[in-house]
Design a protein around this ligand. Sequence first.
Ligand code: HEC
Ligand code: HEC
Length: 374
Amino acid sequence: MLLKIYWPKQVILVALITVSLCSCSKGKSSPEDPTIVPNPEETLREKYSKSSAQWPVAEWYKNIEVRELAALSDNPSKDKVELIALGKALFFDPRTGNGLKTCASCHNPDTYWIDQKTTADGIALHHRNTPSMENVWYLEGKLFHDGRAKTYREQIAEAINSPIEMGGNTATLPAKLQTRAGYVSLYESAYNNKNMTIEGLLDAIAAYSKSISSGETAFDRFVQGDYQALNDQQLEGLHLFRTKGKCINCHNGPYFTDLDFHNLGYAVTNKGALDNGRFESSKLESDKGKFRTPGLRNVTNTAPYMHNGTIATLSELVNLLSQGMTQKTGQQINGILSPHIQNLRLSSKEQENIIIFLSSLSSESIKTERPILP
Ligand code: HEC
Ligand code: HEC
């Protein structure tokens, strides 16, 4: 049922003037859609109870590609089940590395594919926080926090060989697994060929990795037309995320990431040493301290945050973002802070609503059965 509210003429006039002043004074790069005629009588829920193309105009910084938030898209990875099965065995097998750690030691399926640690605890202590495995197919070409791995083969070989992750050896892995009848038969089902190669093994792990997706969320139901799926606070949070909070400038599309790199001013390891981020692989001075925008699906379930795990909670992070990422005492910004990180002065209520909106991006954890190791 729609509740019709009658406003006195003066109120409507003031509201109309305010709306028109706002839209011309900002000079944003977004094309203001002439079909969106703001109606001051509409409630926020009415404004959002439409296809996302008709939502209130978001606040885009200049020169940012306008890209609306969107519902979860289909996982396009359609690898052969036998290839995925081989990859799954390798993912959970300590023999893929040096016998101590598995991929799942850090990317634990029971806790949204993370280890819940500040930085990963591998063969030695890592300087970076473990990201989730959900939706990694979407990150193709830009894997790791700094996007340095262009292919899954490259990324997985690094994890296996890294002395701070699995301490293994990809050069000897095929020969080692070739002696296991169970692996030979898994490999043959995947490739119709018994002779293992390292590329074959890495591609199987990649196929399994890419098959891992997050599930449907309240936000997805909302975007698809169930306009009660978000509660009032979540709706306020969605609006702030797209407007005053400016979050949508970097966190956009179906996975809430522009897949680009930005400097948020916390480019240090948890021991206080500088982490140059994107610069390490690009060697461009302008990339110093930049990291890939992380997706935000299930973010409520994957604390602690940032490439270095130094931010423990969402409220701590949103509070920092709201103040333009003020630095800790004595902490220097490594590189140049993104011009899109500004003092937004979000009130504590606004911050809370954004955080509650982020919880609408959570899906249920899907139970992953451990494979029987060959
Ligand atoms: C010791 C813990 C640990 C182990 C073991 C481990 N990882 Fe990771 N993984 C991490 C960390 C930490 C990062 C981020 C590293 C960085 O950005 O430099 C990461 C990054 C990734 C990424 C990139 C995700 C993104 O958001 O860019 C993928 C995919 C991945 N790991 C898969 C695997 C696979 C497959 C294995 C097993 C072969 C594995 N990992 C083993 C901790 C681990
Ligand atoms: C200029 C681009 C930009 C803007 C604007 C921005 N973010 Fe981010 N966000 C990033 C990047 C880049 C990171 C990762 C930084 C790192 O690892 O050091 C990040 C990290 C995060 C994380 C941590 C995710 C994780 O898994 O560690 C959350 C949550 C987050 N942002 C939410 C928000 C919210 C809410 C807003 C709006 C108030 C916002 N961001 C605005 C680029 C941005």
